[in-house]
Design a protein around this ligand. Sequence first.
Ligand code: DGJ
Length: 730
Amino acid sequence: MSIHVNEQQKLFTLHTKNSSYQFFADEHGYLEHLYYGAPIGEADMRYMRYFSDCGFSPNPYDLRGQRQFSLDTLSQEYSGYGCGDFRLNGVQPEYADGSRSADFHYQGYEKIQGKYAVQGMPACYDNGGEWETLRIDLKDEVSGLELQLYYGVCEKLDVITRCAVFHNGSSDTIRLHKAASACLDLPFGDWDVIHFQGRHCMERIPQRQRIPHGIQTISSQRGASSHQHNPFVILANPSTTETAGECYGAMLVYSGSFAIELEKSQLQSTRLVAGIGTDSFLWNLKEGDTFWTPEVIFSFSNSGLETLSNSYQELLRKNVCRGPYKNAPRPILINNWEATYFDFTGEKLLNIAKEAQSLGIEMLVLDDGWFGTRNDDTDGLGDWFVNEEKLGGNLQQLIEKINQLGLKFGLWVEPEAICIPTKLYQQHPDWAFQIPGRKPTMGRCELILDLSRKEVVDYLYERIHDILSNHHIEYVKWDMNRHMTDVFSAALPAHQQGEVKHRYMLGLYDLLERLTQAFPEILFEGCSGGGGRFDAGMLYYSPQIWCSDDTDAVHRLQIQYGTSFGYPYSAMGSHVSAVPNHQTGRSVPMSTRGIVAMSGAFGYELDLQQLTPQDKEEIRLQIQQYRKRSAIVSNGRQYRLTNAVEDRYFTAWQFVSQDGTEALLNLVVLNPQANPWGMHVRLRGLQEDAQYKDIASGKVYSGAALMNGGYTFPTMQGDYASTCIHFVKE
Ligand code: DGJ
């Protein structure tokens, strides 16, 4: 049992394999947080409560004689509003009379077998008897605003999920200016925050800094989880490393605007509040209505960052990703984007497919430009009708020819966007986000369709459904190439405009759910100008996401390294592209481009007809190697042996199969040295007493030797030399 309830004491303890979480409802009905950290067995952590008469920290009226009791200093499970807790709040309600206050008191609880679902949104799911749910009921008596806190516990995977649900039990509308998913109070200690910042073409670069006094917000107001800040943070003890020390993760299962707020208080406690972004958010909760917030996944590790990462990676693979490709090898693909951009014909595609087939590639993905009048990025989005003139025939004829070669066929779409010159825009200008009387802000020459409107979602469903059901398409790349501006729905009244961004996300999730249910056998790959929506929400619909529009293998080392703190390698779309690289102009050897791309959902994105015979031979070899190695990368444990952002000599990383019988040791030399010192690493995660054979050289090493003594790579010269050593247990 992972959830223990002491009914008499109203004491709740959640246990996972390597963590315990405890809170209780005190004698005044406040839900006090007690503990989250390494396992504490049956201990009652109430002895840790600390009270002091803190100046300017007010007291609830009924406890006015107890000056040590203040919500401002209490560790809480969820912070209310306006009742004396001046720290970050979870909710900001506004009532009919204009007052704003929420003073939640405990009402009861329910323990439920299995994992709760989040209405209308993606969430972790139970794979069969592995989860338990706890629901705590709270209420603000005066207003009738009810709050349910959900806790999902997966003991085996070391995670606790949370979400908050608001219900209006009053007879007036309650306006929610903020409705966070969860709060977490860490009463003592200094903490570093690691978050994953970046930009288009350089996503999820870890940044670590001490949490200072005051408030810090990691957020996106872009209507997408964004390239700039990922909805995932780690709080780490300042001494925590990859292999030792305490750390907590908080990951939102949400793809829209979000906020993860952090505050170190006057009494040195740290509070984390995570949820939907508050910028322009205003939800009208009508009488009897319920509002679900997105899920947050928490995990704790007492043995460093790599354990935390492996917990998230395994959870996302097993309990978030769905569909037949969740565990199955993904087809090795060739995408025509960097090979042709918009400049292709059916014949050109067929020639690429023929070449691909001869090399062992398994699928051709036709990217942007196959529909409407889209021959550059200024036009066409919205008119989802095949451009038969460009293809020299209809799409099914092309697919059949590709299938006859033995290749699967995949197609790119960007359903959420619309270009102004299109027929769709002429028919429905009000379907695009724009504010009456203002010129809309353009992003890549496109506007965004108002997916908060059901008729827009239904239209997109019909169009995409029609394409997918009339053609033999086995893969869909779902792209989105701008962020939200001019957010205004022509279908909603003035007082509901603050709901539009979240309603958009609900519309998008509805559309993706309906399509993935209608075509369960199709592999979906998420994309938003590369990794602009690389989040757990999108992984629920697409088990892989194009990691970045930067295909430079050296930059990818950093991008994939940063991504790996929270997300599995099986989710990272990663392709070998041409040199000089189209984004950076850098030239990296084909072998190194292969090694980097093979640490991900592997494919190619270059004009195969332009390759030298040597490159083609190298690709044939890579494909053979990938088939042998992909299961270790996709399902194994991963180890970051160097810091790919800070270490400038070389980058090394490792995978070990779940049963410990195989390992891959990868190295890329970034900056070869004259008069070099040895490139040395200690392997991790092997079986100490097992013997491992390097299958290329035939040399055998014990697990203990590789982990304690380590491995020194031979000196390698030239630009970006690399190797991948495949160890197999004897
Ligand atoms: C952005 C994607 O990330 C690219 O891979 C490509 O699909 C383009 N969009 C097409 O417009």
